[in-house]
Design a protein around this ligand. Structure first.
Ligand code: NAD
Length: 429
């Protein structure tokens, strides 16, 4: 099939590359000309395992193209995916201006039937607004359909999540739209849930909110564990073995971040308020997540007493491992608080340092974990990269001014640290 993907970001690029890999002809459009230039030179604008190879393979096979012209791409493609950003607005709602701009451009450049699919995470009823916008700008009265096909991929395992999803959700209002999307997703061997557009939009809201709730729930349990001397890792294991609950997303730490959970939760709370429903569970989930960072900062203070002039090594910056994405990473607030209190901060992350340099100022970027540890009063873990799991603890101990590790991701067994002669502070244990 001929497909167009508008917005070559984390979601758009993965979607485009995967659909091309499944044998479709895909044009990825982005209005960031620099990004398009990079992609044409087969350089990746972000880190995602396996993307490099998949993009190269499909470009060379003549199935994947990049352009900054929506006009050209819309002309050639029957199915058009909208994958642009939907960032948060100050009041908590989603900024849908990128989606609207794209809808206008599509409408102006359609010359025969088109299926316009919203893949960006959008508030319920956005489908209706896209349809309205296209109708307003579709002077030639070309036939079109709008559909919702929310994306559930996770950065760090995006290709696998796209190719082998738990489910594909397709929100459609016509048979033609349904048939086109079922045909496109035929090679993907997962259950396809076909619904109306609003229900599809709500499935995405509900999924992200539920996952965020699991994280805040286990973080609350971790806080209770600390108060009574229990071990949250054990509690989580015992809890998660119940198949009605499940083990995923029950890892305590410094809270969730990234481009999805914080903004999607804000947007869902905002929409619910607008609809006259007080979604109090989600408000509590957000509050717990925010306080988790403050609790962690208090732990650092408890260990170091005075933060001013202390040297603090940080391992991990990205909001989770296996990505260079720094958007809404908990590390930002934690590091900013430490530097504002006068600490000298040295950081290391396997992939996110380039992106972090644009956001975090007044800190030193190190070449490896050992440089971050050298002469530091404490070493703090903020992202659970595998590289840190296999770190040489004896070397770290020698390098630290004070053998203290404060782990916001519970990467190590406390017993292992005790044996290594390192004071180890983690979350809920
Ligand atoms: P992103 O910021 O990485 O990518 C968005 C891209 O859209 C950018 O490259 C931007 O230049 C481009 N763009 C903006 N306006 C444009 C226009 N008018 N024409 C062409 N291109 C335009 O964002 P992302 O992380 O890929 O997220 C996109 C959407 O998918 C969001 O709604 C997000 O919530 C959702 N989502 C993200 C993830 C994730 O893990 N990142 C997962 C599922 C869903």
């Amino acid at each position: 099939m001929n497909i167009c993907i508008i917005g070559a970001g984390y979601v758009g690029l993965v979607t485009g590359a995967c659909f091309a890999d499944l044998g479709n002809k895909v044009v990825c459009v982005d209005n960031d000309k620099k990004k398009i230039e990079m992609l044409r030179k087969l350089k990746m604008p972000f880190y995602e395992e396996g993307m490099d190879e998949m993009i190269k393979k499909n470009v060379l096979a003549g199935r994947l193209f990049f352009t900054d012209s929506i006009k050209d791409a819309v002309k050639k493609s029957v199915i058009i995916f909208i994958c642009v950003g939907t960032p948060p607005k100050p009041g908590g709602g989603a900024d849908l201006s990128y989606v609207e701009n794209v809808a206008v451009e599509i409408a102006k450049n359609m010359f025969s039937y088109r299926l316009i699919v919203e893949k960006s995470t959008v508030p319920v009823e956005t489908g209706k607004w896209i349809e309205h916008t296209i109708k307003l700008n579709n002077k030639k009265k070309i036939k079109f359909d709008v559909a919702s096909n929310p994306e559930f991929l996770k950065e760090g395992s995006a290709i696998q999540d796209f190719m082998r999803p738990d489910r594909v959700v397709v929100g459609v209002e016509t048979k033609k739209a349904r048939d086109l999307l079922l045909e496109l997703y035929k090679p993907i061997n997962s259950e396809i849930v076909v619904t109306d557009i609003k229900s599809a939009e709500l499935i995405k809201h509900a999924s992200n909110s539920f996952l965020a709730t699991k994280i805040s729930f286990i973080n609350s349990i971790a806080n209770i564990c600390e108060k009574i001397g229990a071990n949250v890792t054990k509690v989580s294991y015992g809890l998660g073995l119940d198949h009605r609950i499940g083990r995923d997303f029950l890892k305590s730490g410094i809270g969730y971040g990234g481009f999805c959970f914080p903004k999607d939760l804000d947007a869902f709370i905002y929409i619910s308020d607008k609809l006259g429903y007080d979604f109090s569970i989600l408000k509590a989930v957000r509050k717990v997540n925010e306080s988790q960072k403050e609790i962690f900062l208090k732990k650092i203070e408890k260990e170091l007493w005075i933060i001013k002039d202390k040297t603090i090594g940080i391992l991990g910056l990205s909001f989770k491992p296996n990505t260079d994405d720094m958007r809404y990473a908990p590390s930002i607030d934690i590091i900013n608080s430490l530097t504002q209190n006068g600490a000298k901060v040295k950081v290391y992350d396997p992939q996110a340092m380039e992106k972090a340099q644009e956001i975090l100022k007044g800190i030193r970027f190190c070449k490896d974990p050992y440089e971050a540890a050298k002469d530091s009063d404490a070493l703090i873990i903020l992202t659970e990269w595998h590289e840190f799991e296999v770190i040489e603890l004896s070397r770290i101990k020698k390098l630290l001014k004070n053998p203290l590790i404060i782990d916001g991701r519970n990467m190590f067994e406390p017993e292992r640290m005790r044996k290594a002669g390192i004071r180890y502070v983690s979350v809920g244990r």
